[in-house]
Design a protein. Structure first.
Lengths: 114, 114
């Protein structure tokens, strides 16, 4: 069964600090992996996409890594801001009989405190 | 439209009643997903449409849940004989096609069954 596990479930950091969120997956065959940010009361919004051949990709203060061999990804947030407080969801795409399907992780709830 | 629109934004219903949740995807998006999200959890897959057909409905929890997309655009999620356990945020997402898996999400419908 395709699964995506994220850790930690929740995290509290001080403004200006860095943090790293983890995502492990068992989706196969693998197509790509996206990190989404979900603000409270909103739908998830894509931050970055990682394909099989990519190891690192940055989007501003967000840097995602992917190790396709160990099936692990991380999202590193640098110099955190209060607006980074949100849930971060790892979503893995893999082809099945129905086409390109998305498997969601449970998310990491990040709170940035002043 | 500019984004995925879901109506209503909030719905309170009595146990045992029937409800319909509507999703207007981004114009031209052929893939449409329904997810259910409980508080503090990641989205849980319900059903995926490619065009008018339900390509994968394996996430529907039981036969009280049904979804349609008769013209390949607007979709309606229907829940019969609602139960308190159905209370959640129901998210809809669309993507350009099943290959381009950046899913754009609506803000969700918060369903409360009392």
């Amino acid at each position: 069964k395709n699964q995506v596990e994220q850790s930690p479930q929740s995290l509290i950091i001080l403004e200006g600090k860095n943090c790293t969120l983890q995502c492990n997956y068992t989706v196969s065959p693998f197509s790509n992996l996206r990190w989404y940010k979900q603000d409270t009361g909103r739908g998830p919004v894509s931050l970055t996409i990682m394909t099989f051949s990519e190891n690192t990709k940055s989007n501003g203060r967000y840097t995602a890594t992917l190790d396709a061999d160990t099936k692990q990804s991380s999202l590193h947030i640098t110099a955190s801001q209060l607006s980074d407080s949100a849930s971060y969801i790892c979503v893995v795409s893999g082809y099945n009989n129905a086409g390109n399907m998305l498997t969601f992780g449970g998310g990491t709830r990040l709170m940035v405190k002043p | 439209g500019a984004g995925v629109s879901q109506t209503p934004s909030n719905k309170v219903t009595e146990k045992g009643k029937y409800v319909e949740l509507r999703c207007d995807p981004i114009s031209g998006h052929t893939a449409l997903y329904w997810y259910r999200q409980s508080l503090g959890q990641g989205p849980e897959f319900l059903i995926y449409f490619q065009g008018t057909g339900a390509a994968d409905d394996s996430g529907l929890p039981n036969d009280r849940f049904f979804a349609v997309r008769p013209e390949g655009s607007v979709s309606t999620l229907k829940i019969q004989r609602t139960e308190r356990g159905d209370s959640a945020v129901y998210l809809c997402a669309s993507s350009r096609d099943s290959e381009s898996n950046e899913a754009f999400f609506g803000q969700g419908t918060r369903l409360t069954v009392v």
